[in-house]
Structures are given as C-alpha cells and as structure tokens.
Design a protein around this ligand. Sequence first.
Ligand code: SF4
Length: 412
Amino acid sequence: MERLKTKQVRVGDDLLIGGGAPIVVQTMCNTHTSDVQASLAQCRRLAAAGAQMIRLTVPGLQDVPALKEIHRSLREEGCKVPLVADIHFSSDTAIECAKVVEKVRINPGNFHPDHETARRKFAEFLRVCKEHGTAVRVGLNHGSLGKYITELYGNTPFAMAKAAMEWLDMCVEEDFFNVVVSLKASNTVVMVQAYRELVKMMQESGNVFPLHVGVTEAGNGDAGRIKSCVGIASLLREGIGDTIRVSLTEDPEKEIPVAAYLAKYFSTETIAERNPLLDAAIEWGPRLLDREIDEIPESAGLGEYLRDEIMQAARRRFYRPEYIACPGCGRTMYRLEDTFEEVKRRTSHLKGMVIAVMGCIVNGPGEMADADWGYVGEGGGRVSIYRRGEPVLRHVPDSEAIDKLLELIEAG
Ligand code: SF4
C-alpha cells in the first residue's frame, strides 16, 4: 500500500506529520486544564506511554495562563512532546494559544457564530500562527458542522469535506501551509466516506494536506477499540492517514497502545506481539465496511462475540444498542467512565437503539446528533436528557438521571 502524498507539517522543532513521515500517535488529556498539577502529571504519563503529541482543552481565555504553565514546566523538565490546544467557541482563545503551544486545533463549525467574522478571525489567527511557527488542525466533526454548511449540503460526508475545503482554501489564500485536517464522526461509514471525499477534493485543488484520522466518541472496552480499528484501518489500508487518535472513554493512557498498534500494522515495522482482537478488527472490518464481503467466514475462527462486534462496528448488522460516548476532556462535568458503564449495563437489551453519553453541554448535544437518546452532563451535579437532538428533561440530579433516562425510553 502506498501512502497518499501530502504536504509536510512541522509541529514544534522535531515532529513531522505527512509528506512521508511515519504515522504520528496522539492523545488528549481528560484533566481540567486549569488544574495544572493534575494536567502536568497526566502529560508526563502520556509522554512516557508513547504519545507523540498531547492535546489539552482550553475552554476560554481564563485558561490560557494554566496552559502556559503546563507548557513551561514540561519543557523545563526536558519533556519535548508538542502540546496542542483544543479550541471550541472562542476564536480569541485560539489566537492567544497560538502564542503558547506548538499546535492549535480549531473546529470551523464553532470558531465564531457569524460566518463572515469567523473568516476574518481565522485570517488573523493564521497570521499569529505564522509569526510563532505554530501548526494548525482544521478539525471538523460530523455533529458540529455549523448551520451555514448544513443548510447548503445537509449533514453529509460531502458537506464535511466541502466545509473543510473552505477553511483549507483560506489557509492557501493566506499562504499558510502548516495545517493538518480531520473529519471525524462516530459513524464509521460516514467518517470513511468524508475522508475519501476530502482527499478527492484536495487532489483536485492541488494542495493535499496531511490527515489526522480518528473515529470520534467510539466508546470503551472491546467495542471502542474495534470501532476505532475498523474506521481508522479502512483509511490507513488505502494510504490515508498521517496522524491518528483512538478516542476511548477510558484513561487516555489506554488509547496509546491501540493507536501505536495501528500505526505499526500499516508500517514496515514488525509487530512483536500480536493482538488477536485488534488483528481481527483491522483485517475484517474494512472489508465489511466497504461491502467487499457480507459476513466474516466461520473459517476465520473468531467466535460469535467478536464476529458480532466487528459486524456492528462496520455497521453491517446491529446485535446490541449502538453507543456514542465521548472520551471526556477538561470540559467533562461528571464521572463519565462509571456513568457510561452503568448506562451500558442497564440498556444492553435495547438492540439497534443509539444511546449517547456525553461529558459536557457545550459540545455534547451537537456531537451526538445521530443518537435516539442522550445523557449530557450540565455541571453542578445536573444532567440533561435528550431525545433525537432535543432536550426533554433538564437539570436532573445525576443520582437520578439514569433512572429517568430508562423511564423515558420505556415510555417511548
Ligand atoms: S463532548 Fe466530551 S470530549 Fe467533547 S468537549 Fe464535551 S466533555 Fe470534552
């Protein structure tokens, strides 16, 4: 398999993405960035586990000093792993972070509510990035494309690629090429189609930027790993993907071995110790997703559980509910991992239903656009319950929220 030829992006002094560089493995802290000590400790653990880039959420300008302190302390200790600021809903915060860390991720769907102002602010942001040598990720998500784009093209893979192209064209206009792009979705089919559309459009435009690939809100456990492998491997096997993140609703340290395995699998390196679960997802998932086969043959010797999970991750057959769960980040408002486990335990009989468990009210509702039901942390020990994108109960104490969710589902 030949890798897609892309431009090369430099993050910090040493890290290269795309342009023939090895696939870069990255992850994201789930600490509150304002808690400098906890964030620092997690960054150290992630770097030791092999993360080549670490992202931290920066909810607003008030959090920039904490980011600065984390960055300064890590460099002082000799840890050189580039840091990425993750920005939603605040173009001014993106501009300030560009002066502090090696890379900034922005989400075009929420960079600024007014489209023309968003374009103007983005040009200003790129000028600051250029001045400071900061790399950028234009990171779109299926659930948060913004009204401007969905009114034109619907909430489709094509719309995702079109939206990305608008922002990449702005980079070209500003003569800014240190940019990586991502189009994530929780639905593996949507995600794979969106990246393929984007690659076609970039090739036609003559500027192919490196791609950050991932399945967002993949969940946890075997299911989260399998879903991530199916989506990511579908693209890596055709040479698409220069940096990857496996998003799990678990400690982010646990994401790294899975991402590293995928990166190795699609390189010339030998894998010393095989992982049968990941191997099966990587081998069979993409073929199912692309409809090259309709079933995993009995002769593969996988057993029913693994076959069912891979079929579901490739969206070919649903044998249990489909869960969408964010990995959690510095915006998370409650004990996400435990809550998600309990929701899974109590809804396991609802085959085919799509149930989302999201860490915050800022991004959660948009990102779970596909879900029949959603459990969203509001903060202050309260939860909102959503049905098909609309809130049906707000401010429910979290001790009662799972019961209320179950009652509502049962009432239909
Ligand atoms: S939805 Fe989850 S991962 Fe996304 S910003 Fe909110 S808490 Fe963070």
